[in-house]
Write a protein that binds this ligand. Structure first.
Ligand SMILES: Cc1ncc(COP(=O)(O)O)c(C=O)c1O
Length: 411
């Protein structure tokens, strides 16, 4: 499947800044179509949701469109889509709803590979109710989180397993489906942090075996908010504390206050942009699946397949070039991983390398990126390293500039 990166880049006004953006895992650039969708909903007639007049109907349509788009994106039911301010906020919210029946003797499993937003809320929730936290450790030498590292901790009192779909620090993608199936066998729920995963892999709630899956549209070309994906039947069993006049209907009962209609429209637009990444140009004769008439899910699948190919080729080029540079350690080593590399440098602080790259308008930040336990386990303390993340708009010229910048710094 052809991937026309020049065509894709032309849809991103921000790339005219001239910067090579390798900070996608922190948040991607935003296509014009997404900005226009946000502006259009916000500046057109807009009221609270309802059926009276165009302004209420447009709010209603924004919500409806968002749930359908995210359901296509995650292969889920529209009533299983919950909007929130961020993945962190949604995880914190549910870490208060879910443990209502937990108590001493109950257990939750978290991993040292995860972003802190899928660790601390569960650790603190366990502390509140007197439950026990069990830590699944990844192998810093290989970057792998073996299935047994998690499943060996399961027991009949395990209430929840919180595991990442992909590490935002080193890219590792654990075998979530295998972990979930073992967790379900003992009756535990599975909470998957899909925030980094979704930028590179098209989620499929059923295939992952996730009971809950979080993602953040601003990591995949959308606006700044978070989304929780679950099954409506499961959500029906969870009762959040909520305002008396607020609806008790799922999924709305988990969305506190007025929804940000303009952001919802932006998320829908982002999903549509993603679905068009592999679209045929006017002079192309590609697969029928890229046809506008194909279902959005099918177009998303074709797009992610093309994105995969594009990112794998760029990653192979980058890794080959890094191998030629002196004193570079690449901490991203797992067999299944996203195109996200964590680097440290002999004799050079990562943060200084970041600054030197920035002088050439190349952005590759250094941090632990809130994957605090992972950074420590890799022996990097709280500093982490320099992270290079590929995104749908990354091209060969970006890679060349990054490699030239690193060479100038390290030689
Ligand atoms: C893997 C991962 N999980 C969770 C988060 C937190 O996402 P949010 O900013 O939507 O709370 C991030 C953000 O960087 C992330 O990379």
């Amino acid at each position: 499947m052809a991937y026309d990166v020049a065509r894709i880049r032309s849809g991103f006004p921000s790339l005219e800044s001239g910067w090579a953006q390798f900070d996608g895992p922190g948040g991607t650039q935003t296509p014009r179509a997404v900005g226009e969708a946000v502006a259009s909903v916000l500046t057109g007639p807009l009221s609270n949701r309802g059926t009276i007049g165009v302004s209420e109907e447009r709010a209603e349509a924004a919500v409806h469109g968002f749930r359908l788009a995210m359901a296509d994106f995650a292969n889920a039911h529209p009533r299983g889509i919950v909007q929130g301010r961020s993945a962190t906020q949604l995880t914190y919210d549910f870490s208060r709803h879910l443990p209502k029946g937990w108590g001493p003797g109950d257990e939750v499993i978290v991993t040292s590979l995860d972003h802190d937003s899928n660790v601390r809320p569960w650790v603190q929730a366990a502390e509140r109710v007197g439950a026990t936290v069990r830590w699944a450790e990844f192998d810093p030498a290989t970057g792998e989180l073996p299935v047994e590292a998690v499943t060996s901790l399961l027991g009949d009192r395990t209430r929840l397993v919180a595991v990442t779909g992909a590490s935002n620090l080193i890219g590792t993608m654990p075998d979530v489906a295998a972990i979930a199936s073992a967790a379900h066998a003992v009756g535990a729920l599975v909470w998957v942090d899909g925030v980094h995963f979704s930028a590179h892999e098209l989620p499929d709630l059923d295939a992952l075996g996730a009971d809950f899956f979080t993602c953040s549209p601003y990591k995949f070309l959308g606006p700044h908010c978070g989304v929780l994906v679950s099954r409506p039947e499961l959500l029906e069993t969870i009762t959040p504390d909520k305002l008396l006049p607020a609806t008790d209907v799922v999924p709305e009962r988990f969305e506190f206050g007025t929804l940000p209609y303009e952001l919802l429209a932006g998320v829908t637009a982002a999903v549509d942009v993603l679905a068009g990444l592999a679209a045929s140009g006017p002079d192309r004769d590609d697969d029928a699946v890229t046809d506008a008439a194909a279902s959005r899910r099918a177009r998303l699948q074709a797009s992610y397949a093309a994105l995969h190919e594009h990112e794998s080729r760029l990653l192979a080029r980058l890794e080959a070039a890094l191998a030629e540079l002196p004193g570079v350690t690449v901490h991203s080593r797992a067999a299944r991983r996203t195109p996200t590399l964590l680097l440290t440098f002999a004799g050079h602080e990562a943060s200084v390398v970041t600054e030197q790259l920035a002088a050439g308008q190349v952005l590759a930040p250094s941090s632990n990126f809130y994957a605090l336990e992972a950074s420590r386990r890799l022996g990097l303390g709280d500093d982490g390293g320099l992270r290079v993340g590929l995104a749908p708009y990354t091209d060969d010229a970006d890679i060349d500039r990054l490699v030239a910048g690193l060479r100038a710094t390290l030689d």
